[in-house]
Design a protein around this ligand. Sequence first.
Ligand code: SAH
Length: 372
Amino acid sequence: MNQVEKVNLLDFDRQGLRDFFAQLGEKPYRAEQVMKWIYHHLEDNFENMTDVGKALRAKLEAACYIGPPKTMFDKGAADGTHKWLLGMDGGNAVEAVYIPEPTRGTLCVSSQVGCGLNCQFCSTATQGFNRNLATSEIIGQMWVAAKYLGNVTHQNRRITNVVMMGMGEPLLNFDNVVKAMSLMRDDLGFGLASKRVTLSTAGLVPMIDKLSESIDVSLAVSLHAANDELRTELVPLNKRYPLAELTAACQRWIARKPRTSITFEYTLMKGVNDQPEHARQLIKFMRRLPTCKVNLIPFNPFPGTRFERSEADVIRAFQTQLLNANILTMLRRTRGDDIDAACGQLKGQVLDRTRRQAEFQKRLAEDAAHAA
Ligand code: SAH
């Protein structure tokens, strides 16, 4: 049997793994033993699973494998941020980024090859879309990073937090993302608390409800504007799910999980959404979600973008205006931008199926011709 016909164990959550072992005629606790080897010891070779009997090891060898994505390239930034380009299939690759801070280490994970949402200020959008990632390709990003970093589960973890804020819209790859996040949360997986696993969405309203019923994780919503006209321009998905519907979905989320909060991400772009009137609109929006908070992200530029980062004093004034209205407002520091690893700079390699890459390249060429 070749590798192609074998099953990748990284595609299973705990229940899936138990079912698979049952199919092999094995006891469920054997599945859990192997799960510990995979996620606590980051072992991908059955040979080394010393408390698994020789016969079972041979059986596993024949039926399955542990297949994390291949590291095609990886690079560290001056500030300790680390980025991996991980090969998926054919010419596709996605990026994962590790961001160390004094009290935590955050891994930013991708959910799709490219993205179909076409948010105007995001570099991933210029790449177009190819496909959803498999569960193994999502949890595999964490497996690769954890192994590289020498992560030890349950003690002195290097990866203390995961954010589904890499390439793609995670709620458009719902089942695989939920399975991967359940492995991040599971004690026999990476064992992270619900507060430490965050899914970020551009605002797919029905899926926000479904998520709250499926798994206990934290929610972030990419807002970027608190008036419909501007938000539709920046995040075209807003046309389908305008602010009133998004607000209602967020209120339902809070009602179901009363002790939690939602983080609203707001990327600040010069002259676009960074003026006092925009802050006032945001304050009004946040009044309907009083337990929630705002995370301001200075815009990170990428080649060909028509947007610019807001000036430092404008960013400060915007934050102060929100704080004065008693809205918990954090400013995200820009990390890893010297290796294009900052928010909105992830590109990977996408075999585009949407023609968006071609359109973007054409516009770049036209801009260059104009400039010449
Ligand atoms: N599709 C999901 C997951 C991607 S998260 C979502 O939209 O939430 C990536 C985060 O970075 C989002 O908040 C996104 O709006 C933000 N972002 C995108 N492009 C950016 C840029 N150029 N500069 C700063 N932040 C950006």
